[in-house]
Design a protein around this ligand. Structure first.
Ligand code: F6R
Length: 365
């Protein structure tokens, strides 16, 4: 059932090219055509939206943060992202024209279901992004966009996350179309990027030996710091969560610009700093943050765009990732961080598929 892999998590990491192809199937329009997302909302309904609230937990919440970036950039609709457990008890302000988007792999997470209901009672339209057809989230929502990742058995979410990111990209494009804010050239670039994604992810397999080296070198570290900016900031959070939950090493993710407001005090030669620095609008800023970390003896492991030599002499090691549209980089950069967490956990003898204290689906609050 694990198809030759040692763990479900490993199998699910490597299934991501196929999971993304399946999720994007029949959803990428031909040139000049509209995004074919099968939603019960009319273009008018979408154009009338004035704000979006995204609610989710854990890894799905990280997807929501990337979704906020994409939706705001492409449609100029203001997005709030909340932990479902906070939103539901906060007496949220739901103004006319609000869409609540619940992101949930299982479709059964108690807090996410309750947060969506809370918004619906207050008049929001409801949309679920979900991996399980027929789950409670899909039944209680007006609209559903399914991720077609296939069953996810490993407790740590991997392919569900990257397919959520793909769906959120499509949703952002769709909203941009409805709002009339979408630049056709940008739309074409993103669609082309999505088409190329599965092939780019296949190419990541070749990077595994280097990630195994990193895992050997750092498996006994007590803490990790993950840094990113813009759409890769949530991927820093996700990298840290993956490491925490399966290897039990303490890790924190931060927006790189926040480093000097506290976390920089942690940096010394024993602290691995995993840095996400794709070639995008944030690169120079991230680079200067990393120079500051290196000046304090931080040990930087960097993920950069192929051919970027800007971190020579600064980073201890660099992983070069395929060049891709910067707003799709989160999908590509998430994968090596999943692999890093996986290999460290295996080397530490942890039960990767069933980490202690965790359940696959959290149906009680
Ligand atoms: C982390 C993880 C959890 C889930 C969270 C939400 O790897 O799997 O953080 O993401 O429990 O679950 P869903 O998406 O099913 O609502």
């Amino acid at each position: 059932e694990k198809g030759g892999y040692k763990h479900f998590m490993q199998k699910e990491i490597f299934e991501q090219p196929q999971a993304l192809s399946n999720t994007l199937l029949n959803r990428l329009p031909l040139d000049g055509e509209a995004i074919p997302l099968d939603l019960p909302f009319t273009d008018r309904d979408l154009a009338d939206l004035t704000r979006i609230h995204i609610v989710a937990c854990g890894t799905s919440w990280h997807a929501g943060l990337v979704g906020k970036f994409l939706i705001e950039q492409l449609s100029r609709v203001a997005v709030e992202v909340d932990y479902a457990s906070e939103y539901r008890y906060r007496e949220p302000v739901v103004q006319p024209g609000t869409l609540i988007v619940g992101i949930t792999q299982s479709g059964e997470t108690a807090d996410t279901l309750a947060a969506m209901k809370e918004a619906a009672i207050r008049g929001a339209r409801t949309l679920a992004i979900c991996n399980v057809m027929g789950s409670t989230a899909t039944r209680q929502s007006e609209a559903t966009i399914l991720t077609h990742a296939g069953p996810e058995i490993g407790v740590a979410s991997t392919k569900a996350f990257t397919t959520q990111l793909a769906v959120l990209t499509l949703l952002a494009l769709k909203l941009g179309e409805a709002k009339g804010t979408l630049d056709p050239r940008l739309k074409a670039e993103l669609l082309q990027g999505l088409r190329e994604l599965p092939a780019h992810l296949e190419r990541l397999n070749a990077l595994e030996p280097k990630i195994v080296q990193w895992a050997h070198r750092w498996k006994d570290a007590t803490d990790f710091l993950y840094l990113g900016r813009g759409p890769c900031y949530p991927i820093a959070l996700e990298g840290a969560l993956k490491l925490k939950e399966i290897s039990y090493i303490h890790a924190e993710g931060y927006p790189a610009g926040e480093m000097k407001h506290g976390p920089i005090a942690l940096i010394d030669k024993t602290l691995p700093v995993v840095a996400l620095m794709p070639k995008d609008a944030h690169r120079e800023k991230t680079l200067s943050n990393l120079q500051e970390a290196a000046a304090r003896d931080g040990r930087i492991l960097a993920l950069v765009t192929e051919g970027d030599t800007g971190l020579a002499g600064i980073a201890e090691d660099v992983l070069e990732l395929p060049a891709i549209h910067p707003w799709l980089a989160p999908i590509v950069y998430a994968v090596p961080l999943q692999l890093l967490a996986y290999h460290i956990a295996v080397l530490r003898g942890c039960d990767v598929d069933q980490p202690r204290n965790l359940a696959k689906s959290v149906t009680v609050e």
